[in-house]
Design a protein. Structure first.
Length: 471
């Protein structure tokens, strides 16, 4: 199976937009531009054109685009923010649903490093952005689909180092809300679980043409450092949050009966008032509640260090067995397996290694991977790792055997591949998260951000690509 290249490439720089002060941006100019281009705002697309340079400067002051950045812009409109970003030397990928504006932008920025996609922003495959060395997201989200766009573009894990969004003020306040306030709810918690959100400033309706009925606001979104929250099962977290906020005025214990049979006991264990309502719980308390329902076992480092691995010679011949701690500590040759699991769409599942890993925590890796234990064969180890890490059992085919070297951590690695389309049961002690990716994206992602990946996976993926045709 040949591995293609990713079709999305950074735009080659032609004549750059001048880095001098951009033209005036005021209501009269915006109206004149619309008339000259034969354009008008479409209500069904929630179009409102910004006419205030101070707002653009505020966005740029936080986004700080620079040469080498790839900026994804949602809803560029007449290109006011686009021009500011290009003037800083960054390239832009703009997503615009209105065909009239697509043609207008392509003509206006004919020789600039700008790519305009005529596409619904909800349909854009964000996985493609992983192929960019440094990606930022900016946008003025349409009010009518803002929550859908938020959940789509902030789906974890994110390829963006920074997100700056202009939203309806009420929506911005929901994202930044704190417990026991009217705007605090399920969307707040879903976003804040993975991100830190900062409310930057309110934008009055008067700076848009036509004027919307409500004010807007700018928010800054950054990925949350993993250590700031305990690990929990995110699916359980989302489920109980949704149930908890399904009837805001109802006591939480009554809404979570399907998850917690003995609510008074749970409330006592979590130090909660048994009559508490959903809006009173902090993010940390919601995480604790999810962990009460489905605890995540923390790996026992002492037990792991005591595992026995086969120690082998330069030809993979068995010499003896030694404990994990000694094998890693003395950098001895040993054995490992990696498995790449593909779905019927040809996408490969990658896992993000757990924060508890003693080597390469929170880096991306093969679908399943692990050591061969003492007294165990490669095939047996591969089947065991699939079951332990992903909760599946599928036929595996051998692809290639990699020699032990510094690049593999002195591991002889047998690489396998298999096919599976169902749901995984991820071992949260081993895997932080995971997802399916087109092979072309993986190849270009690795080229752009090699530091995102565990070294062993880099070797395995390159070997797979070289041997894919025969696999």
């Amino acid at each position: 199976m040949p591995v293609p290249r990713c079709p999305w490439r950074p735009v080659e720089r032609g004549d750059e937009v001048s880095a001098t002060t951009p033209p005036r941006l005021d209501p009269a100019e915006v109206r004149a531009t619309l008339r000259a281009a034969g354009l008008h705002a479409r209500h069904r697309l929630s179009q409102n054109f910004l006419a205030d340079p101070d707002v653009l400067e505020a966005i740029l002051g936080e986004a700080r685009p620079e040469p080498g950045d790839r900026v994804l812009e949602i809803g560029p409109g007449l290109g006011a923010l686009t021009e500011f970003v290009l003037a800083q030397g960054a390239s832009v990928l703009a997503i615009e649903k209105d065909a009239r504006l697509v043609e207008f932008l392509r003509t206006r920025f004919l020789k600039a490093p700008l790519e305009v996609l005529h596409e619904d922003a909800l349909a854009f495959d964000i996985r493609r952005v992983f192929t960019q060395p440094q990606a930022k997201l900016v946008g003025n989200l349409p009010y009518n689909i803002a929550s859908q766009l938020l959940l789509h573009y902030l789906e974890y894990p994110t390829p963006f180092s920074l997100v700056i969004l202009m939203l309806q003020r009420e929506m911005a306040e929901r994202l930044c809300a704190t417990p026991s306030t009217k705007n605090y709810g399920g969307l707040t918690l879903q976003v804040q679980f993975h991100y830190e959100v900062k409310y930057l400033r309110t934008i009055p309706a008067s700076v848009f043409i036509p004027e919307p009925d409500v004010d807007s606001a700018i928010v800054l979104v950054r990925s949350r450092e993993p250590a700031t929250l305990p690990v929990c099962d995110y699916d359980v977290f989302v489920r109980v949050v949704r149930r908890g906020f399904s009837q805001r005025r109802k006591q939480l214990g009554k809404l979570l009966r399907e998850d917690i049979a003995d609510w008074p006991r749970a409330a006592d264990a979590l130090r909660l008032d048994s009559k508490v309502r959903a809006e009173a719980l902090s993010l940390e308390q919601w995480v604790a509640l999810a962990n009460y329902i489905r605890p995540i076992p923390v790996p026992d480092r002492r037990k792991l260090a005591a595992e026995w691995f086969p120690v082998v010679d330069a030809a993979d011949g068995l010499l003896r067995s030694a404990r994990r701690a000694q094998v890693h500590g003395d950098n001895l040759r040993h054995r490992a397996v990696h498995a790449l699991i593909f779905n019927d769409a040809g996408e490969v599942f990658l896992q993000k290694r757990s924060r508890w890993k003693d080597r390469h925590p929170l880096l991306w890796d093969s679908s399943a991977a692990g050591h061969v234990n003492a007294g165990e064969g490669y095939d047996e180890a591969a089947a065991r790792e699939l079951k332990e890490e992903l909760g599946i059992s599928v036929p595996l085919q051998k692809v290639v055997k990699l020699p032990a070297s510094g690049r593999t951590g002195q591991e002889f690695i047998w690489l396998y591949h298999g096919r599976y389309n169902g749901a995984f049961t991820l071992d949260k002690g081993e895997i932080e998260t995971g997802g399916f990716f087109p092979p072309a994206v993986v190849t270009d992602w690795l080229a752009a951000r090699r530091h995102d990946f565990a070294p062993g996976f880099v070797e395995c993926w390159q070997a797979f690509c070289q041997n894919a045709g025969a696999a």
